[in-house]
Design a protein around this ligand. Structure first.
Ligand code: COA
Length: 413
């Protein structure tokens, strides 16, 4: 069956999280992704191991539907494998530290010369130019430097990282968009181009509304924030405030566990119905809540009343009750809640897979659903599982050629 990216072959040198999430999505869109690993493998194969000698969940969850080939780029025979594949692929992906590919002798200019049609896609912490260009980066470094940490948490507490991996997986999404655009451009021009995504830039992009508020501060206080923004020059941390035009916050439910909360958006159009349900006519007609401006000013009192109401219900009951009133809301779902959720199951967003070493395990499913793309999710490859297969099928090598490269050190340390 033809899938969205059938016929697109990707030489995937990515490692850790940011790059592999991107190439996994491309594999789930139907591309043939050849994970090109050093002989010791992607470092995450052995990180946070939960089963002795089995590839870690860190690795397996980010590298499904790929083929694995190993080759030593510090050995001429290994480089020959790389150049051979470069000529046969549509996209080269990498997220090495600054200068690594250049040191191998494969700058964008060199890659483009070898294969003018290839799209080369790189993730760097801070891009290829600027004062930070030479720095390495991990998830939380990007969250710190892209504006996420300074705007996450409570005003009287330290900056916080978010659980969502916006620095790594978020950057991976940006890379996928760049790759797809470059492939589309190539369909017209016949030429590949270089796609560069910096983790810091991606986090800034995801923090766009915080820069909206940053500029509003020069003209007005941020009346929707529950913290006083008078005299501030930077967007503050605002706890669980909604961050949009409608008021929102998390209210506490019974029995009072760490995730027994429901996030409630007090949308303008539902205020009257909500107020009548929570506090009867007295609340609906209370002048302190008569307009959105008044509700913003008195939101501490309003959230107090909503919290008292919420405490009578568990989070599922409250979700059902509020949805009947068409109030936008969401219970705070733990990973355990999600792993067992009927809706999640139905949408194939937590899928069971098997693995020859680790046995059964789960992966988060494909979040982008296309009507004509049906790639069944398959386990991640073992290290070098497809080396011979790829060399034969893609490069047309015979067993003798493979063995001569093997003895020349192409695949071993
Ligand atoms: C993530 C990061 C900090 C890891 O740093 P690191 O472990 O020091 O790894 P680097 O990418 O800098 O270097 C990889 C090394 O593996 C070597 N290597 C990679 N593939 C190889 C291969 N096939 N054969 C031989 N060597 C290989 C490289 O030569 C390099 O070694 P060198 O420094 O001796 O040249 C860094 O890669 C980085 O900043 N990446 C860009 C930002 C990013 O994506 N971060 C998010 C990660 S989730």
């Amino acid at each position: 069956m033809e899938n969205a990216l059938s016929g697109i072959r990707i030489l995937d040198m990515t490692h850790v999280q940011a790059g592999p999430t991107a190439s996994q999505l491309l594999a789930w869109l139907g591309a043939d992704v050849i994970k090109f690993e050093p002989p010791s493998g992607d470092i995450t194969r052995g990180q946070l191991r939960d089963i002795p000698n089995a590839d870690s969940l860190y690795f397996t969850m980010l590298n499904c539907n790929k083929r694995s080939i190993t080759a030593n780029m510090k050995n001429p025979a290994g480089k020959e494998v790389f150049v051979g594949l470069l000529k046969k692929c549509d996209v080269l992906m990498e997220n090495f530290g600054p200068g690594v590919l250049d040191r191998f002798g494969f700058s964008w200019e060199a890659v483009h010369e070898i294969n003018p049609r290839i799209v080369m896609a790189s993730i760097k912490g801070f891009g290829s130019k600027g004062p930070y260009a030479e720095f390495k980066a991990y998830e939380n470094v990007a969250q710190a430097m892209g504006g996420a940490m300074s705007t996450t948490g409570f005003d009287d507490g330290p900056p916080l990282v978010t659980g969502a991996q916006i620095g790594d997986s978020g950057t991976g999404l940006h890379l996928v968009i760049g790759i797809l655009a470059a492939l589309q451009a190539r369909a017209h021009s016949g030429k590949g181009q270089y796609v560069e995504v910096a983790m810091m830039d991606s986090v800034m992009n995801l923090c766009r509304v915080k820069f909206r508020d940053h500029q509003r501060l020069t003209r007005q206080i941020l009346s929707e924030y529950s913290v006083d923004t008078t005299g501030r020059h930077a967007t503050p941390r605002s706890g669980n405030d909604s961050g949009g035009g409608q008021l929102g916050n998390a209210v506490k439910c019974k029995p009072g566990g760490p995730n027994d909360y429901v996030y409630v958006v007090v949308q303008e159009v539902v205020w009257d119905k909500l107020a009548r349900r929570v506090g009867g006519a007295a609340m609906a007609e209370d002048p302190r809540f008569a307009t959105i401006g008044e509700r913003r000013k008195n939101q501490g009192i309003m959230w107090g009343m909503l919290n008292d109401f919420a405490g009578q219900y568990d989070k599922r009951e409250l979700m059902a009750l509020l949805n009947e009133l068409e109030v936008p809301c969401g219970p705070i779902m733990s990973t355990e809640d999600l792993a067992n959720d009927e809706h999640v199951k139905l949408r194939e967003m937590y899928v069971e897979l098997d693995h020859p070493v680790r046995g059964p395990w789960h992966n988060v499913g494909m979040p982008i659903k296309l009507s004509d793309n049906h790639v069944p999710i398959q386990r991640s490859p073992l290290l070098g599982e497809h080396t011979d297969q790829v060399l034969k099928e893609v490069l047309g090598w015979d067993s003798q050629q493979i063995e001569s490269h093997r003895s020349a050190g192409a695949f071993t340390k």
